[in-house]
Every structure is written in C-alpha cells, then in structure tokens.
Design a protein around this ligand. Structure first.
Ligand code: GLN
Length: 485
C-alpha cells in the first residue's frame, strides 16, 4: 500500500514512530496528484512548494523530539470558498478569478496550529450553488469511480480528491447537502457538523443561516480527528457556539447496543430506486444485528423542505453576493462609461448562470409585496421542519436515511433542468434548515457506484453519530474499497 492510500491516523503512527517523514508523505500525495489529476480535475490550485516546506518543518519538529499534534504533516485539501492567506480563493467563480485573501479563515488558523500540510484548493460549484461541480466557472470534476459521472457538489472537488487519494482528508462546506451528497457519490465519509460548531469566519458566505464547514475523510476515525481540529468557539463568528467536547475520538466505540435509531418513512418512499432501498435496508439489518433498536419514524413536513430551502437560500445569497461589484477586488469590466454600467457589466460577466438565477429568485422573494408571501412563509415552514426533528429526537438518538435518492448521475444529465438538479438535495437539506448535524458514510454499491448512508442527530450529538458510524464501519468493508483509476 502506498502512503497516499493511507488514513491520517495510520500516517500519524508512521510519523511518530519515525518510519516515514512528512516530506515522503507529501511527495507521495503529489505524485498521486500528478498521475490522476488529469482524469479527475479535482483541484483549482495546487500549493506544492508551501506543502513541502510545511512538511519539512514538521519533520524537524519530530527529529527534535517534539510531540506533534495528530494531524501534523498530513496532506489536506481545502474547498476553494475557504479563505487562505496568500493563496487564491475563487469560489470557482470568474468574478473572483484573481482574489487572493489577505487573511485566513479560522479553520485555516486551526489547521495551521495543528501543522497540517495543505495540498491546494479544490473545485466546486460556483459559490457552492449546485450538486455536481458542473456549475464551476472553470471546469467540471469527474467522479473517480466513473469518469463519465459527476462527483456530486458543491464540494465535488474535495470529495473526489479524497476518493482518488489526491489528499488524505479535505474540508468542504454544506449549505443544503454539499458535503454529504458528494461524500455519498464518491464513497467517502463526510460530515456537516451542527450549525455553530465550526466557525464560518473566512468561509465565503452563500446562505449564512445554513452554511457550515465540515470534513471529508477516508474513515470515521479521521472524521473525529478532523472535528477535533476544526470545532470550537470563535469570537470572530457570532453564530459559533461554545461546546464542551474536547476529544471526539473518545466516541469511537464499536458498540451500538440499545441505541435508538428512527428511519423516517418520508425518506423511504415508493420513488426510491429499489436497488438503493435494498442497500439501505441491509444497513438497517446490520445495525439491528449489532444491537441498535431501529424503527420507522416520521418527519411529516419533509415535502416542504425543498421549496422552503430554495426560497431561503437564494434570498440570503442575493444579499450576500451584493458585495461583488468590481470595485474593491475580483473581476471588473474596464469598458464601462460610468460606475453604474461598471457594476452591471462586472456582475453580468463575472457571475455564471446558476448564480444569477439564485440572485434573481432571492431578490424577487425579498421584494416588497412578496416578502410575506414567500420569504416569511418559508421561515415558518423552517420552524415546522425543526419541530419535526425535535419531536423525533424525543424518541430516537439518531435518524437514518439514504443520503441521496440515487447514485452519481452522468455529466450533463441534469444541466438543462434546474429543478431536477435541486431534487438531488431532497434528503440532505432538511438537516441544514433544522441546524442539526448530518453525516454520510459508505454503505454499499449499486451498479459499481457508491451509496451513502445518512445519519442525522440532535444538535451537538456528533459524538453519538461517530459512535454509530464507527460501529457500522468496523463491521463492514465498504470504506476500504477504492476506485481503480
Ligand atoms: N445543492 C444545493 C444548492 O445548490 C446545496 C449546496 C450546498 O450545500 N452548498 O443549493
């Protein structure tokens, strides 16, 4: 097994036993990138020089007998909507094609504090709007399991990079499913933590009441290690919450005895692909055999989640994206005769069509006369959805569902039909509306493509989710399978 194929916790052991150096690990990952990036197109920017410098730095610390943190020297990729000081951060948008942030997002400060090695910035749907990376202003990322299929989105580059071993772990962001859906499509572990668990400072805002940063990893143990690094209160983000969990790895127990798990019937409808259903039902049987108590549950307002999300997210986006005006940074049209024309031309040339669609939808639903009918009504629906979850969690420790209604679709299959594309998020976006944590883990295959199992929990129950996920993983082989590239 090559170094690039290993998990972070395996590499950490090798590092502290001085069996390999961080420089060797980093070179192994960059050789892998060299070999397969042409096929997957997972990255927008690579930062090899800085990565090697960082790795040598970690090697010096180890040689000097210093105790290094668990993620020290581990190559990690970052979604291109997370600000990296001195490294281009484009959001895969032409309007930010040349934007170099003068500061780090809080998660980057935290990863730097752990002495992580950053491999580069990964591709995504423009401003995180999409489910396939086809909305990237630059290029489409390919699914490592089948290069004719999408990796999911919007964090498709991060998911593909982890699945193709082009990094050991990655960060993404999830507003309506953008970590869990691509994790499911690419057969890796992805978690959207509770709203407020991870600082959003320096995450380019899409829909601020829904956005959350989270990890992509090769297994559940690495997921816990990444949470240890990125979770915690940040005075720079007023929505970040004080959380008393100091070590998520202590939840990695191979034991689900007595855990109460509900399967919402609204997620297992007649429309669900029968092969997907079989895989999920097998996972349910597995967890029951391991001692969990699994029952049918209900989230009665599920059918209203999608319309509510597609009013609220575009409304927030239309406001957040007003700042891109060509004045201070990013793309500017230089032929305009006056400033108003400069604003208009810069925005119409800089933004892609899906982003413009969202800005128009959001502006419309916030406009006088429609505000109550659309935006306010959607907020009320959001409360109903949150109440559904609160009620379910009176009875259950966790809820379980498929992460997606089907496996990865073909590139181009949904591009002409935005509503079909929006339907890809049907199982993931309620979690964001409710602000609760959700994770996807590999649970099987349909016609050679990975299937994701979604776990949903009460606010700040990431530990319980990790315990269930770890138990499932220890008793199955799915996370050990890798695409042949
Ligand atoms: N696919 C959803 C959207 O287009 C969710 C995106 C996300 O989570 N960032 O809005």
């Amino acid at each position: 097994m090559s170094l690039y194929q290993k998990t972070a916790h395996e590499l950490h052991q090798l590092l502290i036993n001085k069996e390999v150096s961080a420089e060797e690990i980093t070179n192994s990952v960059f050789n892998r990138i060299n070999d397969v990036e042409e096929k997957t197109k997972a990255y927008i920017t690579l930062t090899k020089e800085q990565a090697l410098e960082k790795a040598r730095n970690v090697d010096e610390k180890i040689a000097a007998g210093e105790k290094v943190p668990p993620l020290a020297g581990i190559p990690i990729a970052i979604k291109d909507n997370i600000c990296t000081n001195g490294v281009k951060t484009t959001c895969a948008s032409n309007i930010l094609y040349n934007f170099v942030p003068p500061y780090n997002a809080t998660v980057m400060e935290r990863l730097n504090g752990e002495n992580v090695v950053i491999t580069g910035k990964t591709n995504m749907d423009e401003f995180a709007m999409g489910s396939s990376t086809e909305n990237s202003g630059f290029h489409t990322t390919k699914n490592p399991w089948d290069l004719e299929r999408v990796p999911g989105g919007s964090s498709g580059g991060s998911a593909a990079a982890v699945a193709a071993d082009q990094c050991i772990a990655a960060l993404g962001s999830d507003t309506g499913g953008s970590i869990r859906q691509p994790a499911a499509f690419c057969g890796v572990v992805g978690m959207k933590p509770t709203y407020g668990a991870v600082s959003r400072y320096g995450l380019v805002a899409f829909a601020s009441s829904l956005d959350q940063i989270g990890p992509f990893t090769k297994d559940v143990t690495d997921c816990a290690m990444m949470l240890n690094a990125i979770c915690g209160h940040d005075p720079l983000d007023s929505t970040s919450v004080k959380n008393d969990v100091s070590d998520y790895t202590k939840f990695l127990q191979n034991d689900v005895k007595g855990l109460k798990i509900g399967v919402p019937k609204e997620y297992m409808t007649e429309d669900l692909d029968p092969k997907m259903r079989k895989v999920i039902e097998d996972a349910v049987v597995k967890l029951s055999n391991l001692g969990a108590v699994v029952e049918e549950a209900s989230l009665p307002h599920t059918e209203y989640a999608l319309p509510a999300y597609y009013l609220l997210a575009p409304a927030e986006a239309s406001s957040n994206l007003a700042r891109y005006d060509g004045v201070r940074y990013g793309y500017r049209n230089v032929d305009a005769d006056d400033i108003l024309e400069m604003f208009m031309k810069s925005r119409s040339e800089g933004f892609g069509s899906e982003v413009k669609r969202r800005i128009m939808l959001g502006t419309y639903s916030l406009s006088a006369g429609y505000y109550d009918e659309y935006y306010n009504k959607a907020l009320k629906v959001r409360t109903l959805i949150r109440n559904d979850f609160n009620k379910a969690f009176e009875k259950y420790d966790l809820l379980l569902s498929p992460t997606t209604p089907s496996t990865a679709f073909k590139i181009g299959e949904n591009t002409d039909d935005p509503v079909q594309m929006y339907l890809e998020d049907i199982f993931t976006l309620s979690v964001n509306l409710a602000g609760i944590p959700g994770m996807s883990l590999p649970c099987g295959f349909v016609d050679g493509m990975p299937v994701g199992l979604q776990l949903m929990g009460k606010p700040f129950s990431e530990g319980t989710m990790l315990r269930a996920a770890y138990t499932f993983e220890q008793n199955t082989e799915y996370n050990r399978q890798r695409p042949a590239l």
